[in-house]
Design a protein around this ligand. Sequence first.
Ligand code: UDP
Length: 501
Amino acid sequence: MDSPNPRFHVVFIPLMAQGHMIPMFDMARDFAQRGAISTLYTTPLNAARFRASVHQSRLLGLPIELVEVEFPCEEVGLPAGCENLDLLPSPDLLRRFYDGIARLERPIERRIRGHEVPPSCIVSDKFIFWSSEIARRLGVPRFVFHGMSCFSLLSAHNISKFGAHRSVSSDWEPFEVPAMPRRFNITRAQLPGSLVPRPGFDEYRRKIQASEVAAHGVVVNSFDALEHGCVEAYAKALGKPVLCVGPVSLCNKNEADRFGRGNRSSAEAEACLEWLNKKSPRSVIYACLGSLCRLLPSQLMELGKGLAESNQSFIWVIKKNEDGQSAELERLLAEDNFEERVRGRGLVIRGWAPQVAILSHRAIAGFLTHCGWNSTIEGVSAGVPLITWPLFSEQFLNEAHAVDILEIGIRVGVKAPARWGEEETTGVMVKKDDVTRVVKALVSEDEEGKQRRERAAEVGRLARRAMEEGGSSYENVSKFFEFIQGHTLQLPHHPAMISSI
Ligand code: UDP
């Protein structure tokens, strides 16, 4: 299919967290580039982060629109402006944040009903469970977006289905994830939070699961070749279509789009591409632990010192928070005279980095990542090998995917998650020498290092190919348009089969 009919309109409702909003925004853009009308719903603070990109897209003639709905911070007892997970001051407020999101159902439905071109379909985050009711009332299909790979979705599904995590006697004993196309192990301590009971969230999880059962299909930011048979297996388990339409970040074709993605970059970031231009090809390690990292300052210092002692050039991104942790990290950096010591060789970016623009620079030799799925697939797309430092959620599964299945990564050696609010208990798990060792291994000229780099470059080529005309993800977008337009709404439903996440 070249392009859908001119009134083909996809409404996107992302969860307000960078790792969920950014890929959905990219997807909306990609669909608009393919001829769909794309409308994204979010709250004012989040809209402000994306406004410049949307404006840019509209100047290029893309039919993409951002609709704002007020977030009821006061009503649910959140401080003003807490409209994104990365702005929540404490995990104790999570429940209120989700309550606030649930209150968006009516205002969003009202706005959707007011569109001049009625929606053909809703694509919404799994956390926006109530959108399946909106879709039902409007008589349009809903596709779910999890922000994860099929590999991790299927892993979690199978662990839960076969109770594999209950077969071991301790949290630290590795067990094999059952019924996967390729064998790999994990420990109970490393499982996604969704497989761990969480008081106060049971009803919420039940609603998410019910909305997944009701959905017509799933869209995934991945591509078929990366998933080693997991797409088909997961689709079979759910009894509904699962379409990989990524890597969606590749829809940002020019430097300005890659640079402006997700938020306004910080001052140091503005200069970082100039800085990279002066470096030799494949000589710089890029280290960034995502948008939600709250590791202890002492742990982050070990990371920084490990990079410094590797003698490799590096960019290190550190987050800026108002909770005192940033101030403590600054104190430690000053005490160590860190930036003076690494001047010319190491660049510290405080705040938001233009990650995709950095990763696609020819000077990048490797990516030290927390294995959030977006970062993982962005590293994959750039064709660079990874150093894996998972933090929480399904990130240990993504680590296994990169290291054991794709063989493009090296583990830094994290054994257990650093869950939000529990960082003090976890303490310092990775020492600077661990970091130095893996950086050296990553850039090593030995056979293992070379082969890892070749595999990473190859998988990067496959990623780009998937998004080109005739590639698997390109074709899956066409199939998605066809599903919706052909009103193939009598898609098979198997209510017994639900994702465990
Ligand atoms: N990101 C970025 N600059 C930063 C931090 C993050 O552009 O300084 C982007 C990154 O490219 C990715 C997203 O934010 O698209 C983070 O998503 P991911 O799933 O990797 O991790 P999360 O932040 O959800 O833990």
